[in-house]
Design a protein around this ligand. Structure first.
Ligand code: CMC
Length: 392
């Protein structure tokens, strides 16, 4: 028998070869298909970035237009799907709604569930990219008790999302170009991050030959956790608590160092980045710019900056190489855009979708893929004699 190597949390276990995203945690480098994210954030929009991740190359003008038109074709969700929303409690978390409704796409599109048919996969990925913002915005409308807004295909991807979130039948929503720019940037920096927890989940589920909708639905569940995508929501909740507590950041830094209470600084630390998270750098700069442009004075931004400053000078954080991650400042931008806290992780999911799809496809197209099935080291009881009920 082969010796099994144990690697808790897969800290040093490669699960696959991949050509999608390059990440150097020591140097703080992140590239999609070879392009530095800083460049993509500056020159591309989210839909082009999605094309790049999924097809491996930046689109030329006509490829981009075909891709955008294909997405526009599928933005509506089936009218019968709207009735699902009636069944969810009003205070349901939108991530729960998102993963349920995405899973339910498999009930409406039974014509495209075969993972080994490239045409079926292609239409599924268009449907997912197009419908996720609609599904997400409807979950917000449900929580507000407002009527759903149909997608508007005259608008760009990000404009349309903001329209579905904030327009009402009684009031048009004029989309601010600064908001659109900030949203594009946030979606781009979230679009992929190699073998993170949710992407590994999508690959894991897909490796059993489950369909794309089922795999993405599982990935949304993984993303929801506060140690992963849920950290953006948890981070803003934490910043609010600190602000209400008089802005005493030192107290929370000290609390985070104390292992007894289980409290961690949300938005701090990363499995791979041990120097800085390049995404956090981009987001912080954009946050600064957006707040200045909108002339918004968000006390949470001040708390965040103070917290970062104090933590980065603290021995505990220095020794462990803990830096702000992507989730540290993103929530402050979402707030400036008027996005409610419960929706933060949903926005992360919209951003991460192209990455999930790219990885799922890469896995399926790789002839050496086998079902993902880790081993274990058994630590339970050795064989013992069965005890009848009356003798227990
Ligand atoms: N606050 C206080 N201590 C921390 C923190 C933190 N945020 N993060 C790590 N540590 C400590 C941890 O207690 C451990 O200390 P020791 O060596 O004394 O036991 C050491 O640093 C190493 O941490 P770890 O938990 O072994 O590291 P990991 O690679 O397993 O976990 C992490 C990475 C991101 C889950 C963790 O840093 C964390 O919980 N951060 C807060 C949640 C968060 O911001 N998550 C978002 C991550 S980035 C975006 C995403 O993935 O979605």
């Amino acid at each position: 028998t082969k010796l099994i190597t144990l690697d808790d949390g897969f800290v040093n276990t490669g699960s696959t070869k991949s050509a999608i995203t390059f990440l150097d945690g020591e140097k703080g480098i992140l590239r999609y298909r070879g392009y530095p994210i800083e460049e993509l954030a500056k020159h591309c929009d989210f839909v082009e970035t999605a094309f790049l991740l999924i097809y491996g190359e930046l689109p030329n003008a006509s490829q981009a237009e075909i891709f955008r038109a294909g997405i526009r074709d599928h933005t509506m969700i089936h009218e019968d799907m709207r009735s699902f929303y009636n069944g969810f409690p009003r205070d349901a978390h939108p991530m729960a709604i998102l993963s349920s409704v995405v899973g339910a796409l498999a009930t409406f599109y039974q014509d495209s569930l075969n993972p080994n048919d490239p045409d079926q996969v292609e239409i599924s990925l268009y449907r997912l990219l197009a419908k996720l913002p609609t599904i997400a915005a409807y979950s917000y409308k449900k929580s507000m008790g407002q009527p759903f807004m149909y997608p508007n295909n005259d608008l760009s991807y990000c404009e349309n999302f903001l329209h579905m979130m904030f327009a009402t039948p009684a009031r048009d929503y004029v989309v601010d170009p600064d908001f659109v720019e900030a949203l594009n940037l946030l979606f781009i920096v979230h679009a992929d991050h190699e073998q993170n927890c949710s992407t590994s989940t999508v690959r894991m589920v897909g490796s059993s030959n489950a369909n794309l909708f089922a795999s993405i639905s599982a990935g949304i569940g993984a993303l929801w956790g506060p140690l992963h995508g849920g950290a953006n929501e948890a981070c803003v909740n934490m910043l609010e608590t600190i602000a209400k507590d008089g802005g005493n950041v030192q107290k929370y830094v000290d609390m985070a160092k104390d292992k007894e209470n289980g409290f961690r600084l949300m938005g701090f630390g990363h499995r791979v980045y041990k120097n800085f998270d390049p995404r956090a750098k981009i987001i912080r700069a954009s946050c600064d710019k957006l707040l200045a442009k909108l002339q918004l004075d968000d006390p949470l931004f001040e708390v965040a900056q103070k917290l970062e400053e104090v933590a980065l000078q603290d021995e505990y954080f220095i020794e462990r190489k803990l830096y702000p991650n992507v989730d540290f400042y993103s929530g402050v931008i979402y707030r400036a855009l008027g996005i409610p806290i419960q929706m933060f992780t949903v926005l992360f999911a919209i951003g991460r979708l192209p990455g999930w799809i790219a990885h799922w496809e890469e896995m399926h197209n790789n002839p050496s893929t086998r079902i993902n099935r880790p081993r274990q080291i058994y630590t339970g009881a050795t064989e013992r004699a069965f005890v009848p009920l009356e003798e227990r």
